[in-house]
Design a protein around this ligand. Structure first.
Ligand code: COA
Ligand code: AMP
Length: 631
């Protein structure tokens, strides 16, 4: 069947399409139907089915004779260690951890925050929660204590599972002190924590609150899988919105299993037993969907890679891992390839490894620039597939579905909508636009299984952020167009979200931090183009009259504040002091115009600008910082 047939088949009978896909999942009780629309525009899938995510990701493979197959390969060039965990071993480890959590009172529906680096125990912690029907919320290790505290207060976890430390090249990330700091900052206090002690840094445990990962499992009964309703939240994953308060994306259990399982074959073209590698982090949605759940539910071998594209030890690491572990499909972010290409433009390292196992490469998380795709195609001689999705959707909205049909690649486009997604380009008034015209990208409701069901404890925000602007549609927050062949092009965000090295960040959140500096009267943060990271945040600070401070000192303090309060991942290093910010007459800061100046792009003088001279001042300030950057 061609892609066109599959897509048309879904459109003609969405219910039948997803019920068929649901047959690949092991149910405790099969759902009576796919879509539940009584509460539209909030939709649910498979709500009256009963299912367990851990059973589908782990136990069923043991029950079906795959117990000896490797489930997880841990490869850490940072610690120089490698380890393989079979499905049977994974089942035993997860059942034991879940049993210990249960013995301490964790039950179905309780939240558990997981704050761990790229080690197999992070996946085991996620799966142990899923086994009990507890709702996990993984927090990325590059966030500071304050961000962790915000998530603790929102999710109100009964327990937090953390590692003693993470390892960045040349730097130990002190998870335990960060965790202690976060618990001190948060209003909600977890009943207890579980700490996985790593030998690189053993953490001090607080008697009565902190339990040792191994010790607290001693003598407990392993836990069986607890069946949950199809619409039961599998996890909450916080992502950046327009403010400093992150959005808690709620992923429903059954739709998640059905959609991810479907995508493994149809999109990523892997069969059970194949090795699939997503070089991301469990703290991001890619890690949830394609390091943990997708490959494991589908019976693949997944790789937990604790390293970087370059420097651990060199730009050949990706190729070594692919070759050594027989990776068939590889998923990474364009920024990672840009980092490799910068160090090894002619692909000397590529030539050192036998990559004949590799069938395709998938890129997502940010726009894949044509140069990077062409470079990867030339080096690897396999299809390099850009695909577009979001934390909210949990799996690809648009892609080139290699398992169905390899469509011609159009550089600059993540190809075509996947079944389940009716993608439309809308004008400000919500009217569909013609092929080739730029507008807001929206998806006709309902979204398919596996996408967000709501925001955690914030239904009004969910509706306001995604459903109200274009009634009947989900607003993606991306702008772009669809060409006459139906290929989607993602051009920009329509909100304050920027994308730094494939990490989604809120400029609004950074502004909130900067505004709290005692000498800052007003500020703006914009995303400027960056050759490696795609975008970098840049701050403009107006100081209080009479502050009398050295500008360099204030900038340094502001950079430190963002690092301390949001985290190193914000990569906030560029800031400058200006007298005034350009604004409209109604007082709106002209951030878009500032971005154009910084990127050296032509811009139209906004008709509503209050004082055009300020743009000259901004231009001078940018010049002093070396912007627009050469090349
Ligand atoms: N825990 C703690 N700190 C972390 C971290 C983690 N898990 N991940 C990143 N950081 C820190 C880095 O150490 C760095 O700190 P520094 O300012 O002290 O140097 C900072 O956050 C910024 O990190 P990053 O933006 O990743 O930049 P980098 O210079 O360390 O590396 C790349 C550049 C391109 C190699 C890297 O960004 C990369 O591999 N990107 C791929 C992104 C990706 O996989 N995204 C997932 C979406 S698919
Ligand atoms: P995240 O929620 O972190 O996955 O970020 C989602 C956002 O990243 C999207 O809304 C887009 O702005 C951007 N994005 C993700 N994948 C792509 C892609 N393939 N092309 C262009 N932008 C992308």
């Amino acid at each position: 069947m061609s892609y066109a047939d599959v897509y048309a088949g879904w459109k003609a009978d969405p219910e039948g399409f997803w019920m068929k896909a649901a047959e690949e999942i092991d149910w405790v009780k099969k759902p009576s139907k796919a879509l539940f629309d009584d509460n539209a525009p909030i939709y649910e899938w498979f709500s009256d089915g009963m299912v367990n995510a851990c059973y589908n990701a782990v136990d069923r493979h043991v029950d079906n004779g795959r117990g000896e197959q490797t489930a997880i390969i841990y490869d850490s060039p940072i610690t120089h260690s490698k380890r393989e965990i079979s499905y049977i071993e994974l089942r035993n480890r997860v059942a034991s951890l879940a049993g210990a959590l249960r013995a301490k009172g964790v039950e179905k529906g309780d939240r558990v925050i997981i704050y761990m680096p790229m080690i197999p125990e992070a996946l085991e912690a996620m799966l142990a929660c899923a086994r009990l029907g507890a709702v996990h919320s993984v927090v990325f290790g590059g966030f500071a204590a304050n961000e962790l505290a915000v998530r603790i207060d929102d999710a109100k976890p009964k327990c937090i599972i953390a590692a003693s430390c993470g390892l960045e090249p040349g730097r130990v990330v002190h998870y335990k002190p960060l965790l202690d700091g976060a618990i001190e900052l948060s209003e909600h206090k977890p009943d207890f924590t579980v700490i996985f002690q790593r030998e690189q840094e053993v953490a001090q445990l607080e008697e009565g609150r902190d339990y040792n990962w191994h010790g607290f499992q001693y003598g407990v009964e392993p836990a069986e899988c607890v069946p949950v309703e199809g619409n039961h939240p599998a996890y909450i994953l916080y992502t950046s919105g327009t403010t400093g308060q992150p959005k808690g994306v709620v992923r429903p259990t059954a739709g998640h299993l059905v959609a991810l399982n479907w995508s493994m074959k149809n999109l990523y073209n892997v069969d059970p037993g194949d090795v699939f590698w997503a070089a991301s982090d469990v703290g991001w949605v890619v890690g949830h969907s394609y390091i943990t759940y997708g490959p494991l539910v589908h019976g693949n071998t997944t790789i937990v890679f604790e390293g970087k594209p370059v420097g651990t030890p060199d730009a050949g690491t990706f190729w070594r891992v692919i070759s050594e572990h027989n990776v068939k499909s590889f998923f990474t972010a364009p920024t990672a390839f840009r980092a490799v290409k910068r160090e090894d433009p002619i692909g000397e390292f590529v030539g050192k490894y036998d990559l004949s196992c590799l069938n395709a490469v998938y890129l997502a998380g940010e726009r894949a620039d044509p140069d990077t795709i062409t470079w990867a195609q030339d080096q690897l001689k396999v299809p390099v597939i850009d695909h577009w999705w979001q934390t909210e959707t949990g799996w690809a909205i648009a892609a080139n579905p290699l398992g169905i049909e390899e469509l011609p690649v159009k550089l600059g486009s993540p190809s075509v909508p996947m079944p389940g997604y009716n993608v439309q380009i809308l004008d400000e008034g919500g009217h569909p636009m013609a092929a080739g015209e730029l507008g807001a990208i929206a998806i006709k409701l309902p979204l398919p299984p596996g996408t967000l069901q709501n925001l955690w404890n914030a239904e009004a925000r969910y509706k306001k952020s995604y459903l109200e602007h274009f009634p009947g549609y989900y607003e993606t927050g991306d702008a772009g167009y669809i060409d006459e062949d139906g290929y989607v092009y993602i051009m920009a965000r329509t909100d304050d979200v920027i994308n730094v090295a494939g990490h989604r960040l809120s400029t609004g959140g950074m502004e909130e931090v900067l505004a709290a500096h005692p000498d800052v009267a007003e500020c703006a943060v914009i995303g400027v183009s960056d050759k490696l990271k795609g975008q970098m945040p840049m701050g403009f600070l107006c100081l209080n009259a009479g502050a009398g401070r050295d500008h360099g000192d204030v900038v340094k303090e502001c950079v430190k504040m963002v690092r301390d309060q949001i985290g190193p991942v914000a990569a906030f290093k560029l800031a400058t002091v200006v007298d005034r910010l350009p604004k409209t007459r109604s007082g709106k800061i002209l951030r878009g115009t500032m971005v154009s100046i910084a990127d050296g792009k032509d811009y139209k003088m906004p008709a509503t600008i209050d004082d055009p001279v300020i743009l000259d001042e901004i231009t001078d300030a940018l010049k002093a910082m070396g912007y627009p950057a050469a090349g």
